[in-house]
Each structure stands twice: as C-alpha cells, then as structure tokens.
Design a protein around this ligand. Structure first.
Ligand SMILES: [Mg+2]
Length: 284
C-alpha cells in the first residue's frame, strides 16, 4: 500500500500560509507520530510543490530518513520518506485542501459552484456568490455592488423611437412595393389591349374586389391577379363572370408563363425585324 501525504497544512503547521516561501512553522500536533504510524504499514511519499530538498531537510531534522531523487513510477519503499512534486500512484492522498470526488454534480455542490435561485425569486447564486441583476429584486444587494437604478422612462422613449423608425421603414418598403405593382398593372393593361383578354372575379382570394386578368399570348394562356386599387386600369377589358370558359385557369405555373412570354417576345422581335429588312434585302 502506498499513501501520499501533503506537506503544508498536514505535516508543516503552515499557520501563516505561504508567507515568504520558507518552511517557517513547527509540525502540526500529532503529525510526526502519525507519519511514523503510517510508515509502519505503508510506503509513504510526501507530495508537495516546494523544492523537494527543502522539505527533505526539514523532515530529516525531525528524525526521518528521506529521499528526493526517485524517478520511478511506483513508490513501494517502507521506512524511507520520498519527497516529490510528481503525482505518483497511491491508495489514498491525505490533503488539507482535498474534496472527495464521487461525481461532478456532487463535486460542484461540494465546491459551492452550483447555481441556485435565491429566495427573492429573481436572483441567483453562482460560483458561491449572490447575483442580484434584477431591478425589481426586493433583496438589497450588498452596498456598492447594487446596479444603478433603471430609468424606465428613458427605456420607454428609446423603444418608442425604435418602433417609429421600424414603422417608417415598413411604410417606405410598402410604398416601393405598391409603386412596382402599379407599374405592373399599367403594363398588363397595355398587354390586355394588344391580345385577346378577359377579366373575371378571383375565386381564390377572400378579400373583395380582386380579379384575374386572362390573356392569350402566342396561343397560350397567361393570367395575373389584379388588386382592387388597380381595377380602373382595366375598364377597356371585357368583364366576364367567374364561370366564363375564357376565365378558366389552364394550370400554367408562373415559371412556365414567363418562359413562354420570353420565347414569344424573341419570336415577335425576330419577325418584326425580318419584315423591316425584307424591302432592303436586295432580292426583288
Ligand atoms: Mg496543503
């Protein structure tokens, strides 16, 4: 059996702590007899961060034979005290600063490092200290650590300014969107005048006044929803009931509609240019 024994606070009384770094104190009461009793039954080494030679000399002065030159892993010698700063294997470590570990929850509790809600219901204890961040906490935090009182009026004014700015941004974005819809509506009104077209109530929109404009462009159907505010742009288009056969959606998707319109536009343009060039092509 091997037992590790801490030096300061276990053998050396250490009544003033580290102080100037010297080994200034007497042995703790019972320390020398205790060490001898241990050494009768086990190999013992002293585990310390002090220079091993200092501790060994102190122990020699108190009647022990020591070693401090061991570079092995397992210390098994009885009758001689090894002094080392290496954490060698041992059956037990005797230390005035030790916390026995079972599991992490127990260890953190033992170290006072678990959070718990304080009685006020707002604040908590963390790492062993009370934290009172809540402005309405009825428990007064220690003087000097109390947070400055919150100026709720200023907070409200700031929130109101932020809300107003967001409202203005929203309004500007809506203006821009509605402007784009208006331009779309005017161009569709022009297209409706150039192609076979009808307009009918929109059965798929709950809000009153919405309509769907159906055009035949290049032999295919294309349709658009028209908002109530743009309705007056389509006065020239034939208005039909929702069950008119020309007002039945043929299942085209938005992507297919614009793909067809794009191809049709290219074709129209090529045809128009062909007509324009024919008289000057030189073939009479
Ligand atoms: Mg100690």
């Amino acid at each position: 059996m091997t037992i590790a024994v801490d030096f300061d606070g276990v053998i050396h009384a250490y009544s003033k702590g580290w102080a100037d770094g010297t080994i200034y104190d007497e042995p703790l009461p019972g320390a020398l007899d205790g060490l001898r009793a241990l050494m009768d039954r086990a190999a013992v080494f002293i585990f310390t961060t002090r220079p091993a030679v200092d501790v060994a000399m102190w122990l020699e002065r108190h009647g022990f034979s020591t070693r401090f030159d061991f570079d092995g892993t397992f210390w098994n010698d009885r009758g001689v005290l090894l002094v080392t700063n290496r954490k060698l294997p041992a059956t037990a470590y005797l230390d005035d600063r030790a916390v026995r570990f079972h599991d992490w929850e127990q260890a953190l509790t033992a170290l006072g490092m678990t959070s718990r809600l304080l009685d006020c219901g707002f604040c908590y204890e963390e790492w062993g200290e009370e934290v009172h961040p809540h402005p309405e906490c009825p428990v007064t935090a220690p003087e000097g650590e109390q947070a400055a009182p919150v100026d709720w009026q200023a907070v409200v004014r700031q929130r109101e300014r932020e809300l107003k700015a967001v409202g203005e941004q929203k309004h500007a974005a809506e203006q821009e969107r509605d402007g784009a819809y208006r331009e779309r509506a005017q161009l569709l009104a022009l297209l409706a005048a150039l192609h076979p077209s009808v307009i009918a109530p929109a059965p798929d929109v709950d809000e009153d006044g919405w309509q769907i404009l159906y055009l035949r462009i290049g032999g295919k159907q294309a349709s658009w929803h028209i908002a109530p505010r743009d309705a007056e742009l389509y006065a020239h288009v034939e208005h039909v009931p929702v069950d008119d056969r020309r007002a039945q959606w043929d299942g085209h998707t938005t992507e297919a509609k614009y793909a067809h319109i794009g191809e049709h536009a290219v074709r129209l343009y090529a045809e128009a240019r062909g007509r324009a060039e024919t008289p000057t092509s030189g073939k009479r």
